[in-house]
Design a protein around this ligand. Structure first.
Ligand SMILES: [Zn+2]
Length: 422
């Protein structure tokens, strides 16, 4: 399925999603609902949402965004140079992700994350301020965050121009050492910002809010993700810079998973001691079949194991989620309302998982049914055993362990989803 067909399919669900925007986005930190309900007032994403509260801070009419960085170095265990690099990389992550779309089914591109970001001095009152450490907060900012040490990171929009659909505000990253460090009661590691991968993910999460991405049920934009990531038992799974994966659409590169279970290795007939399965990605090309490959390690030569042929059916889009939706304020002068079939809303990227019923043919010619679900952050696969769907492979980047209830239909034999190691 080509990306534009995905977008089209996604867009068909747009009206439905618009109805659920409030519900999905209302999962943020509590306590600030009164502030954020004031039009144009301070909003911390994904705070209690109302109308424009979750809009991207910058859309098509904003060409340049100025930002600055303030660091309370005593309480932050990352160097200014490292911080500057990670901010640039996190901005680049979202530019690339939004850049995989054009107009999202609107007649014009909403222009999310298309801006040039220019680093300036904080005294010049830029559009976006990155504040690292408690002492960088002004009195009113510290008061707004109330118990600043209970945040790991937060994006706070302090102004919103309802005519030009432009926001201003700050991203706060908590101190990770000293008296104002984030609350570590829940077994969070100390000095987390000495790990680039962790600080990078905080910046990606908070910048996601700046670009209008609400809290979602899983992955790097899940509300509890940052807290989960800093737990002593989990942080090592999130240290790599490049394992974040794609966000809206499945990765063009396909997936590699080097922590396959013995059962999955046997099912796919991986040679002994080989640990890695690779799936080429069917979404971005027209082929109805895609290849499953194996390798001994992540970097060793690959061997074709078999082909999964998708039936005549189109892939089913499952669990479609709102990526970003822009509320067009009554006073806005940026977009003609005729651009959108959603009345007061303009769709940004939406995304979902794609399900395939496939027939898998191994190299030895044997065939078996294989059910696959691909999403931007991973894939799942099931086979049939005694007439029941049986979980075969499960791979999610930025995963959070969640209990899954027993399937009430009794057709699946999985009751716990454990994050695989990356
Ligand atoms: Zn958040």
């Amino acid at each position: 399925m080509k990306p534009n067909r995905i977008i089209l399919a996604s867009f068909l669900f747009g009206a439905l999603c618009a109805l659920t925007v409030f519900q999905i986005a209302s999962c943020g930190r509590g306590g600030n609902s009164q502030n954020s309900a004031l039009r144009g007032g301070w909003v911390s994403s994904g705070g209690e949402l109302f109308k424009d509260a979750n809009n991207p801070w910058f859309v098509a009419n904003t060409k340049k965004v100025t930002y600055c960085i303030a660091i309370d170095q005593e309480s932050i265990s990352a160097s200014p140079a490292k911080i500057q690099t990670l901010i640039r990389k996190a901005i680049g992550y979202w530019k690339a992700e939004f850049g995989r779309f054009d107009s999202y089914g609107n007649t014009v591109n909403p222009g999310i994350a298309i801006q040039d970001f220019e680093l300036v001095d904080c005294r010049t009152d830029p559009d976006l301020r990155f504040l690292f450490g408690y002492k960088t907060l002004a009195t009113n900012e510290a008061e707004y965050l109330a118990r600043g040490n209970e945040a790991i990171g937060v994006a706070v929009r302090t102004e919103y121009d309802e005519v030009n659909l432009k926001g201003r505000g700050f991203i706060y990253v908590a101190s990770d050492r000293g008296p104002f460090q984030y609350d570590r009661d829940d077994e969070l590691i100390p000095q987390a910002w000495k790990y680039s991968g962790l600080l990078y993910r905080v910046l990606v999460h908070e910048l996601g809010h700046v670009f209008g991405v609400p809290h979602l049920s899983r992955g790097v934009m899940a509300a509890p993700f940052l807290e989960y990531m800093l737990k002593a038992t989990n942080f090592q799974n999130h240290l790599e810079m490049d394992s974040l994966g794609s966000f809206f659409l499945p990765s063009k590169e396909g997936y590699i998973n080097c922590a396959v279970t013995e059962a999955a290795a046997a099912w796919f007939k991986l040679p002994p001691r080989w640990k890695c399965l690779r799936f080429s990605m069917p979404i971005d090309n027209k082929a109805d079949e895609f290849e499953i490959l194996g390798s001994e390690t992540a970097n060793s030569p690959v061997l074709s194991l078999g082909l999964a042929r998708v039936g005549q059916k189109m892939p089913r889009v499952m669990e479609l989620k709102i990526g970003v939706i822009i509320y067009l304020t009554p006073r806005q002068k940026v977009f003609p309302k005729t651009n959108t079939s959603l009345q007061s809303y303009m769709a940004g990227p939406l995304f979902g998982d794609f399900d395939f019923d496939a027939e898998y043919t191994a190299k030895d010619g044997t065939t078996r049914p294989l059910y696959l679900r691909f999403g931007p952050d991973g894939y799942e696969g099931w086979d049939l055993q005694n007439g029941k769907m049986h979980s075969l492979i499960y791979f999610r980047r930025n995963c959070i362990n969640v209990p899954a209830l027993h399937d009430p239909t009794g057709t699946m034999s999985m009751d716990w989803r454990v994050c695989p190691n990356p």
